[in-house]
Design a protein around this ligand. Structure first.
Ligand SMILES: O=C(O)c1cc(=O)[nH]c(=O)n1[C@@H]1O[C@H](COP(=O)(O)O)[C@@H](O)[C@H]1O
Length: 278
């Protein structure tokens, strides 16, 4: 079994892509009534263009049991048509003790995903149960894309590691948790300076970068500041910008075109940096 990072690197190489499509279905914006039909069409249209899919669990939970059934079938479909891509459950889980361990079992054994977003407010105990299997990994929510992330994450703290913003302290601390090489971080595309700072602290970590498209994040800066020294290890997410590129009957074809444009724009910046695909 490849490790968490080997699978991600392989997925990126195979499709020559750092694009992650966020599967965040909202029935009021979909031109087909069924979430599974919608997701299947998006997945089939983009499977050769992405390195990852990221269903945000909130959208499925908000639909009750039918939503969870749609998620289960979506996971199954991704495994069938795109077994090489990384499947990230955007669950923002965060708890301690047996609850944290149960969350990890739910994500990896029940849903069977490759990676989970976690909310680190509870510290190391929150994260540890997700790190036991080196084939699975986490993306720790480090510096959010939304404006209110600054309320807490940019505050300066004094710790044994020095005086620095909370998000930076978290990035430094994540290195201590990374014994099995399966810790990644989430940093928004809307905050390129913070992205550069996290990348300099964690030169090898995979960074999940949401905020492209609907939130107006800076794509070029995300690629330049968020990739590692080889121009890899950045998972650049767009959800609404892709899945609702059209809200008409041509939504899947429009999603393919939007994903292609995003992939090409990223790859052009990599080329410009001398870090294109071989
Ligand atoms: O963890 C995330 O993916 C995440 C963190 C963050 O700080 N900001 C953020 O937008 N996200 C998620 O990334 C996706 C962004 O969706 P769009 O704004 O529609 O592209 C949603 O699923 C968000 O929950």
């Amino acid at each position: 079994m490849p490790t968490f990072l080997e699978k991600l690197d392989q997925a990126c190489e195979t499709n020559r892509s750092l694009v992650c499509v966020g599967l965040d279905p909202e029935p009021s914006r979909m031109s087909v009534p069924d979430v599974l039909d919608f997701n299947r069409a998006i997945i089939d249209a983009t499977a050769d263009l992405v390195c990852a899919y990221k269903p945000n669990l909130s959208f499925y939970e908000a639909l009750g049991i039918p939503g969870l059934q749609a998620l289960e079938q979506t996971v199954r479909h991704i495994r069938e048509v795109a077994p090489q891509v990384q499947l990230i459950a955007d669950a923002k889980r965060g708890d301690g003790g047996p609850s944290a361990a149960a969350y990890a079992r739910a994500m990896f054994e029940v849903w069977g995903v490759d990676a989970v977003t976690v909310n680190p407010w509870g510290g190391g105990e929150t994260i540890q149960p997700f790190l036991e299997d080196e084939t699975k990994g986490v993306y720790i929510w480090c510096r959010g894309s939304y404006a209110s992330a600054a309320d807490l994450q940019d505050l300066k703290v004094v710790s044994p590691k020095g005086k620095m913003p909370v998000y930076e302290h978290l990035a430094r601390t994540s290195l201590d948790w990374n014994g099995k090489g399966n810790v990644g971080l989430v940093v928004g595309a809307t905050v390129p300076e913070q992205l550069a700072s996290v990348r300099s602290i964690c030169p090898d970590a995979p960074l999940l970068i949401p905020g492209i498209g609907a939130q107006g994040g800076d794509l070029e800066a995300s690629v330049r500041n968020g990739t590692d020294g080889r121009g890899r290890r950045a998972v650049i997410n767009s959800s609404r910008g892709i899945i609702y590129a059209s809200t008409g009957a041509d939504f899947a074809e429009a999603a393919r075109q939007a994903t292609t444009r995003l992939r090409e724009a990223i790859n052009q910046t990599l080329e410009d940096e001398g870090k294109g695909w071989p």
